[in-house]
Design a binder for this molecule. Structure first.
Ligand code: ZN
Length: 498
């Protein structure tokens, strides 16, 4: 992570665990390593902001754990079989299939197209890459093996070509959502399905020769249920015990409850997941997002309207994940204003570092140290991003009031970079574009050779002023060797990385 180190802070995170219904100390199975699984997107339509709140929470969690010295193995699945809810299965329709029928194209083609859009949106919102993004359609064999295992252990039963999970066989059902038997029965609200022994039972495999996506299985040609996908893929990439499993609050029941039943039923090991972390869902303009209300924003729409990915990220990420978040255009405008304030403060610091603007005598050290500590503590406490952002803006005010030394300004710049790496909500370091009569740096501000190169460029200017052309040429050659080019302009000398 660049040239800056964080304090290792063992057991530094407290997180709200859905199963414990309390803030708990985060404890991974293995010291220093985090195995994290995130329920990913269903790729049957353009990614919209409603999906991204829980993905962003996972990204922030990843960044924070990395900042605290953990090595994170993150897996996010791509649901390309279709978002098969129980209702969809009952009705024999699947959203990806519906999209394929409507658009009259191959469902795989649709899935790939929307998957590309999803990855593009992740990039534009400055997400860190997960280690794996497994596609459900490429793990049908693993799902079949797990279903087979569940049948053998008596956790599942077959009716014709269909296989159902037998909830009677798993007494722990309901432990995540804290639902009792009556509530579970109520939640099963099914159209009559005579096949099932119990209305709570859910499909693991459906035989259906009309389904556009089908695979061969011992029970007949068909397709897997949605829940089995996450049990099979998380196990393949992360093993029998995950440290963190995330999702939106609407995933708690039935999806995650079913995952637990399948995974623990299959492995006979408990717990399948050490910490369940769920994100509140998002409101748009004060309402639940829906196409009919016209508050259905895709990431692409917002980018086309001129909002940057960073602004969207800040507007989505600025509120604690367990608080309701109302996404509005005003919140985007606010994000823009905040980012601009940070950028201006950093530009001034950069000018001081480059000697373009006069610095002062303040060292800033203790203030920076305190900001760093408070920022980290805020995130340690259940990823309290709003508290961390308040620390960040206090820091902006502090450096704006200060007259720091070049060293102090440099250290403050490092801290901003550090916070950006930690959250992705601070922005890139600005580039100083043009300053009259001075050296203009056009390469990356983070360049470790920046100081040396700027000093050499200034020395060359002085040598030329003294008509010491030999020395001036020497310096130019030296910089060329180092990979920099000096361009004389009316405004001064511009340094470019070649
Ligand atoms: Zn899932």
């Amino acid at each position: 992570m660049g040239g800056f180190a964080y304090d290792p802070f063992p057991m530094s995170l407290r997180i709200y665990d859905t199963m414990a219904r309390a803030l708990v100390d985060f404890r991974p199975k293995e010291d220093g390593v985090v195995r994290m699984y995130n329920c990913g997107p269903t790729v049957y339509s353009s990614p919209h902001i409603g999906n991204f709140r829980s993905f962003l929470m996972a990204d922030l969690l990843r960044r924070h754990l990395e900042a605290r010295g953990y090595r994170v193995h993150q897996v996010m699945n791509i649901t390309d079989v279709g978002h098969l809810t129980e209702d969809d299965i009952e009705e024999g329709e699947d959203k990806l299939m519906a999209a394929a029928r409507k658009e009259r194209v191959d469902p795989f083609e649709i899935a790939r197209r929307y998957e590309q859009e999803f990855f593009k949106a992740l990039d534009s919102l400055h997400f860190k890459k997960a280690e794996e993004y497994p596609r459900a359609t490429e793990h049908i064999q693993e799902m079949i093996e797990m279903i087979q295992g569940l049948l053998e252990k008596g956790h599942a039963y077959q009716v014709g070509g269909n296989v159902y999970f037998d909830e009677e066989s798993f007494p722990g059902f309901g432990k995540l959502s804290h639902k009792n038997l009556d509530e579970l029965l109520e939640g099963a609200r099914v159209a009559v399905n005579e096949e099932k022994k119990d209305p709570r039972d859910f499909a693991l495999w459906k035989t259906d020769d009309k389904h556009l996506m089908q695979w061969d299985a011992p029970w007949g040609r068909g397709f897997p249920g949605w829940h089995i996908e996450c049990s099979a893929m998380s196990r393949k990439y992360l093993g029998d015990e995950l440290d963190i499993h995330t999702g939106g609050e609407d995933n708690i029941f039935p999806h995650h409850e079913c995952e637990i039943a399948q995974s623990e039923g299959f492995t006979d090991k408990e717990p399948f997941v050490r910490h369940w972390v769920h994100c509140r869902h998002l409101l748009v303009d004060g309402k639940k997002m829906s196409k009919s209300l016209g508050n259905f924003y895709t990431i692409e729409d917002l980018v086309e309207e001129g909002w940057t990915g960073r602004e969207i990220r800040v507007a989505l990420g600025r509120v604690h994940y367990r608080q309701p978040l109302n996404f509005t255009k005003e919140s985007l405008a606010e994000a823009r204003k905040g980012l601009q304030r940070i950028k201006e403060a950093r530009a001034r610091l950069l000018r001081i570092v480059l000697g373009i603007e006069q610095g002062g005598i303040e060292e800033l050290g203790p203030d920076l140290e305190r900001a760093r500590e408070d920022f980290g503590k805020a995130l340690d406490e259940d990823l309290n991003i709003s508290a961390a952002m308040a620390v960040l803006f206090d820091l902006v005010s502090r450096v704006n009031r200060a007259k720091p030394t070049q060293q102090g300004a440099e250290e403050a710049l490092v801290l901003f970079r550090n916070f950006e790496d930690w959250t992705g909500m601070v922005g890139d370091e600005p580039k100083i574009q043009s300053e009259e009569g001075s050296v203009v740096w056009m390469a990356e501000a983070e360049d470790p050779k920046r100081r040396e190169v700027v000093a050499l460029a200034k020395e060359r200017t002085e040598a030329k002023a003294k008509k010491d052309y030999q020395r001036a040429d020497e310096i130019r050659d030296r910089l060329t060797q180092m990979g920099y080019r000096l361009v004389d302009t009316a405004e001064g000398i511009r340094i470019e990385k070649v």
